[in-house]
Write a protein that binds this ligand. Sequence first.
Ligand code: NAD
Ligand code: USQ
Length: 380
Amino acid sequence: MKVAVLGGDGFCGWPSALQLASEGHKVTVVDNLSRRQISEKLSAPSLTPIRPIQDRIAAAKNIGEIAFEYCDIARDYDGFKRVLATVQPDVVVHFAEQRSAPYSMLSSSERTYTVDNNVSGTNNLMSALVDLQLRPHIVHLGTMGVYGYNDDFGEIPEGYLDIEVLQTQKKVTIPYPGNPGSIYHLTKVLDHQLMQFYAKNWGFQITDLHQGIVWGTDTELTKSDPALMNRFDYDGEYGTVLNRMISQAQIGFPLTVYGSGGQSRAFIHIQDTARCVSLAAHNPPEAGQPVQVFNQVAEVHTVSDLADMISSKTGTKIGYLDNPRKEAAQNSLRVSNEGLRSLGFEPIRLTDNLMGEIEETVGKYADKLDKDVILSNARW
Ligand code: NAD
Ligand code: USQ
């Protein structure tokens, strides 16, 4: 297949692009390198010394067929359309969004940037495909946070809820109500609505992957050559909780648990992200169907469970902080991941061994860990 990977220079996109290329697909990475620029602006570069995109692409030739197109999919509609017309993709995997919740809540300019970038990028993709009369299978990276994190409706199903309407006693299936907790998460709710419309009106085949928090850094392929190394973020805005706490333990920084740590969240290892994206790419919904949703998650943990695990392993103290975010102090969360499992997904679980691998990677660059970027500047 010909696969366009939008946002393929990022943390999830790069290992997924390599995975697809290794399977024999002809991959084109499309990216505007904005993530690298934001890192510089925040003085928080990837801890791992990632190579320039040109070096990555050159090294990836040993894995498979992979090319790069520089393009801002949210702001350069004509350029993006030209790329899609040239590539003629069978599948478009869409990672190209501003993905940090705290970053999206920093101030008016980051709120506006996140909405413009994410929603326009998603709309431009489908709008250009309408103009070009192309209908590749679109695989969009969404997030578990579109559901909110509670079990008010029981186990979180995959995108849709079966309900009985009190007024009519009719049984109907509706898209699960959006309940985002940040401007970033809100953009994923808006993306989903846009995709439902394009599927209904123009017959697009779309899969939305509602992914949990990704942890880890390497996959088998990113490990195979230093030039293919994946990025690793631990700063207050872009680091995600488990990767952050593993990094903090390396330098004895008290583990930054927000509030009491009773927040339950869904997690997935980066290797599984790449595998699930490939599974999804190979399994489009029927044409004319609403958006297919898979919950791309392996397991659920509370923040305090993770902190306790790391603290008892490393002896690092836990530093409870006032929660800078507006979210439930504690919640229970049950999530179905039946869709991907039925396609063969066997989740990697968080084990001491795997945490050890990350500790080893972070340990190699421990002298580059900057205490000044650990705390988040966002409050909401
Ligand atoms: P990332 O920031 O590392 O990667 C995103 C990539 O998209 C970057 O390379 C960036 O330069 C590019 N990009 C952003 N806007 C663009 C634009 N307008 N035009 C072209 N390229 C653009 O983020 P990530 O962690 O790899 O996340 C990828 C996707 O997966 C995001 O959509 C995110 O919402 C979703 N996701 C991530 C996680 C996680 O824990 N990392 C969890 C759930 C969902
Ligand atoms: N948290 C801490 N301490 C920290 C950082 C976070 O206690 O140092 C807590 C947060 O308050 C939150 C939880 O840990 O309750 C998760 O926070 P996070 O920063 O790891 O993840 P989040 O902001 O939800 O966003 C990440 C990715 C985003 C993705 C989302 C998946 O950045 O792209 O969409 O995970 S999900 O959370 O399932 O919606």
